[in-house]
Design a protein around this ligand. Structure first.
Ligand SMILES: C[S@@+](CC[C@H](N)C(=O)[O-])C[C@H]1O[C@@H](n2cnc3c(N)ncnc32)[C@H](O)[C@@H]1O
Length: 300
């Protein structure tokens, strides 16, 4: 099947959508219709609903050129849609994404919900630390829901932090989030937080060969965490108590099969109120807990 040549004839929106959906289906793209709609809407500079209202409208040659190139890169190179269009919506916030950041996933909204559960009052001025902010999705969603929270968002990747800071500026929340570069707790030495939240890398190196080809376009540092995928989670659980305020909590995203292990580590280390949160598909996706009580002599 050859991609519609813009010079051949007039293509209406409906024709472009039908052709592309079929083509993506043949190329084993997982969500062919959705991807076709997102790419076409972005090439035309409209939202997806507008495509349905303008089904019979012809696309201009310039619009078709941009769309055609995206269709090719989606099907041949397996570039994720978010990277092609440079945007992804998360928690109803429009975010900019590049190849330097993980495109935020709907699953990660479970992490935001778990974090909000641990900060039940909307006007809380709690100090929140997000480790591994990537595009800034989680920090921005929490800032949006808890307007007085004092949020620090870190990442080991400088390039990711640039994207996160740009998203914060564009969403007019730059003055609400402090960004800092460094690994794990290094950027916040000596500080304490009411909540530590993270969606760390949690794939095992051994899984690499079986992964969807789209993941090759996302940063390795956002995906892989040692031979068992638990390396960063392990460091987060071990390191967090020294950075928690009294009664502070933690919320960690993980792979469903890692939830029992991480919940076990937390209980073993004296954390309380250990809760497993499920995503929209009922898979264990986040574990949250309240920090371990310090020994009596430290509290005195
Ligand atoms: C799975 S991505 C999550 C991005 C974003 N928070 C989200 O949920 O969409 C993990 C992020 O953690 C960062 N990261 C990896 N190892 C880290 C470390 N040791 N310290 C801080 N950040 C780290 C990566 O650069 C990446 O941005």
């Amino acid at each position: 099947m050859t991609a519609p040549n813009p010079k051949d004839r007039t293509w209406t929106i409906l024709e472009l959508l039908r052709w592309t959906t079929q083509y993506f289906g043949e190329r084993e793209i997982e969500t062919p219709r959705l991807d076709a709609e997102c790419l076409l809407a972005s090439a035309l500079g409209v939202d997806r609903m507008r495509l349905y209202l303008d089904f019979d409208k012809p696309a201009s040659p310039g619009e078709r050129d941009a769309f055609r190139e995206w269709v090719r890169r989606r099907a041949d190179d397996r570039v994720p849609v978010a990277q092609l269009v440079g945007r992804k919506e998360f928690w109803s916030l429009p975010l900019r994404v590049t190849a330097d950041v993980l495109s935020p996933r709907p699953d990660t909204e479970t992490l935001v919900m778990a974090a909000l559960d641990r900060l039940p009052e909307r006007d809380t001025d709690a100090r929140v630390l997000e480790i591994g902010t990537g595009s800034g999705a989680v920090a921005l969603a929490i800032a949006h829901e808890r307007p007085r929270a004092r949020i620090t968002a870190t990442d080991v990747s400088r390039a990711a932090l640039k994207v996160a800071a740009q998203n914060a500026r564009e969403l007019e929340m730059a003055d609400r989030i402090e960004f800092a570069q460094g690994s794990l707790f290094a950027p916040v030495a000596g500080r304490r937080f009411e909540l530590v939240v993270s969606n760390p890398p949690y794939l095992a190196e051994s899984e690499r060969s079986g992964l969807a080809p789209e993941l090759a376009h996302e940063p390795d540092v956002a995906l892989f965490a040692g031979p068992d995928g638990l390396a960063v989670l392990r460091d987060l659980v071990a390191g967090a108590p020294a950075f928690l305020a009294p009664d502070g909590g933690i919320a960690l995203e993980l792979a469903p099969d890692q939830a029992p292990t991480v919940a076990h580590w937390l209980r073993d280390a004296g954390w309380g109120d250990v809760v497993t949160h499920r995503d929209f598909a009922a898979r264990a996706r986040v574990v949250s807990a309240r920090g371990p009580r310090p020994p009596e002599r430290e509290r005195a």
